[in-house]
Design a protein around this ligand. Sequence first.
Ligand SMILES: [Zn+2]
Length: 481
Amino acid sequence: MTQAYEVVIGLEVHVELLTASKMFCACGTEFGQPPNTLVCPVCLGLPGALPVPNEKAVELAYRAAAALNCRLAPRLAFHRKHYFYPDLTKGYQISQAQSPVGEHGVVLIEDEEGREKPIRIRRLHLEEDTGKSLHDQGGESLVDLNRSGVPLIEIVTEPDIRSPEEARRFLQELRAILLYAGVSNVRMEEGSLRCDANISLRPVGSQAFGTLVEVKNMNSFRSVKRALEYEAQRQKEILERGEEVVRETRHFDETRGITRSARAKEEAADYRYFPEPDLPVLELDPAWLEGIRKNLPELPAQRRQRYQSLGLSPYQASVLVAEPSLAKVFEATLAEGAPAVAAANWVMGELQGYLQELGKEAEAFPLAPRQIAVILKLLEEEAITGPVAKKLFRDTLLTGEDPAEVVEREGLRQMGGRETLLPAVEQAIRENPAAVADYRKGKKAAIGFLVGQVMRLTQGRANPKEVQDLLRQALDGEGSQ
Ligand SMILES: [Zn+2]
C-alpha cells in the first residue's frame, strides 16, 4: 500500500517599500542606478554614523500590516540582527525581533476547489535591505550597496499553504493587496518582491510536521510554483524509499528546473538580537494607528465585489483587479459614463488584445477611456456597426482622435433603410449564385455568408439585422413564386 502525503508550505516574503529615501538615511532608492552611487556613511555602515527612521516607511509598513488584517503593534522597537555577509557592511541588519509592526493577520485566497481559504499571516516586520553581491564579474564578485538600507517589510505566513498552486495564488493576492494599498510597486523582476519558501511533507492525517527544507532563489510567481512542485516530488521520493529528508537550504535552478542543496541548516540560527541602541522605541499615537486602518484604500477583495455588483462576472472582476493598469482604464471608462459590462468587455477584449499586439502598456494611451466610452455610445445609438466600431477603436487609439468626429468626417455612420441597403443586397445575390442555391436547398446557414458579402460591399457599415431581413425577403419571396 502506498502512503499518501500532504504538502505543507509556509512563505517568507520580502517587499521593498515605495519611499523616495532609505530607511535610516536620506539616500535615494531608485532601481537600476550605477553601483554604489546611492550611498552615504549611514548606509555604508561607517563607524559613528547614526540612523534616523524614515517616517513614510513606518507609515507604509503599518498600512501593509493593516491591509493584511494584522493586529498593529502600539510600540515600534528596532533590534540588531547579527550575521556576517559581504553585502552587510555593518555586520548587523537593523530589524525587529519582539513586537513586530503586525501579527495575526489573514489573507483570503481561492483554493483549487474554488473555496475561500484563509492563509494566516504570522508576522510582518520592518527592516532595512542589504546590499547586493554581483558574482562572476570577470572572475570576481563585487558588492553594490545602492540597495543597502532600502526600507523592507518581511511577511511570514503560517504553514497553511497546501500546494504549489496555492502558494502562487497567495503571492498573486498578496501582490495585489500591497499594490492597491500603495505600499510597494512589488516588481519581482526588479527584486522589490522576493520570496523564500519552507516546504515539508507529512502523511495525510498526521498533525506533526515533517522535516522542512527552505527553498530560495525563485524569481517569478511561475518559478515559485515550479520550484515547489519539483521539491515536493523530490521529498516524496525520498520518503517512499524509506529515507529521511535532510533539513537544509536549497536553491532553485531556473534553467534546469531543479533545486540544489546550498547549505545544511543548523537547528536555529543565532542572530544575537539585541535592542538597537541608536534608535529610541517609538510610542505610536492610538489615533494615528486608528487612522491607518480607517484610511486604507479599497483593497482587491472589496473591489472584486464592487465590480460584480456592477454586473461583471467573477472571472471578469478577478482579471481586471489582478491587472491594476487595466482596472484603472476600466474605472476611467466608467467615469466617462460607459455602461459597466460593455466597458469591461472592451477593456479586457479589444484594448488588452491590441495592447498585446502593440507591445505597449495601457498608460501609453491616456485617451483610451474617453474613446471607448464614445464608441460604446455610438454603438448603443446604433450610429455605427460592430465591425466599424472595432476598426474605429484601433485607428483612433493610435491617432488620439475623437471617434465621433472621425465617424462624421469619414461617413462611417451605419447604413439602414430599404432604399439604402437594397442595391448592395441585390448585388450580393447576383454575384453569389452558389450561396443562393444552397440557401434555397435548405442550407439556411448560407445566409450568413451573404450577409458577410453585403457587409463587405458596404465597408462594414450596413445594419446586419436589416441586411438579413432584406436577404430573407428577397430569397424567400422569389423562392415561393
Ligand atoms: Zn545612505
